[in-house]
Ligand binder design. Structure first.
Ligand SMILES: [Zn+2]
Length: 253
């Protein structure tokens, strides 16, 4: 078996670029819940990859990238109501800035969100308070300190890897093992650096299967689009070792 890892960014009232509408997201989550899918915690997924967690046959691992506040406003209540779990990869410099001053939530699409980060960070980015309060549904892990965007300060790769780990330790109290590469960009040298900093499991934006094969360095993820029919079809493809790996060769992203 293979476990599909779902990758979301924004949840907003209407669909958009890397954004699922509340309606489509609700239908997708209801599809998972109504059909008896188990949603893994990040620790369970890590143990599954290492071969020491026997995941139920129908399992998925839900992830969100960046730490957008819309995840708290729109995704959290839906997941909580349905009893589903998900993981959010945080850009910790953005979260730190969003935690300095409370601002009114602004439901913007991705490109406008990115423009708002340096000006009104908390209007679009969740703060540490949101993070502490939503741990009954979400697990939180590292997406580096700066996302390599440098809205607030320049960061070396070493700082980016180390500082996000340090922030998570300070705010959430654990040594983070999970790192998601910004924009899916990495090379062998960065993988080596990430391992030296203490990350153990690394997430890409490449489609593909995820087997309990102890290869923790290239977790494949599926960028989620459209509605529950699209999700149903893609979960069927990427739960199957053979079909999933063939399909990923034809459509890698
Ligand atoms: Zn990102």
């Amino acid at each position: 078996m293979s476990i599909p890892v779902l990758m979301y960014h924004h949840i907003l009232p209407k669909d958009g670029f890397i954004c699922s509408s509340v309606e489509n997201f609700t239908k997708q989550m209801k599809f998972l819940s109504d059909n008896g899918f188990y949603t893994l915690s990040s620790e369970e997924f890590y143990m599954y990859k290492k071969g020491s967690f026997k995941a139920p046959k129908k399992s998925v691992f839900i992830t969100f990238d960046d730490g957008w506040r819309d995840n708290i406003i729109y995704a959290y209540p839906i997941l909580k109501k349905l009893g589903l779990k998900a993981t959010i990869f945080l850009v910790t410099d953005w979260i730190d800035k969003a935690s300095e001053k409370k601002e009114k939530f602004n439901p913007l699409y991705h490109s406008d969100c990115k423009k708002s980060i340096p000006i009104n960070p908390n209007s679009v980015i969740m703060n540490w308070d949101d993070i502490h309060k939503s741990q009954d549904v979400f697990d939180f892990h590292s997406h580096t300190a700066s996302h390599r965007d440098f809205y607030f300060k320049e960061r070396s790769w070493q700082e980016d890897l180390y500082n996000s780990k340090k922030s998570i330790k300070k705010q959430l109290g654990y040594e983070d093992k999970h790192l998601c590469w910004p924009r899916g960009n990495f090379d062998n040298k960065l993988v080596k650096q990430a391992l030296e900093v203490g990350y153990e499991i690394l997430y890409t934006i490449k489609r593909g299967t995820n087997l309990p094969d102890n290869n923790l360095l290239h977790v494949n993820r599926l960028a989620i689009k459209k509605d529950e029919k699209w999700l149903r079809k893609n979960i069927a493809i990427f739960s199957n070792n053979i079909i999933g790996s063939l399909y990923a060769k034809i459509k890698p992203q």
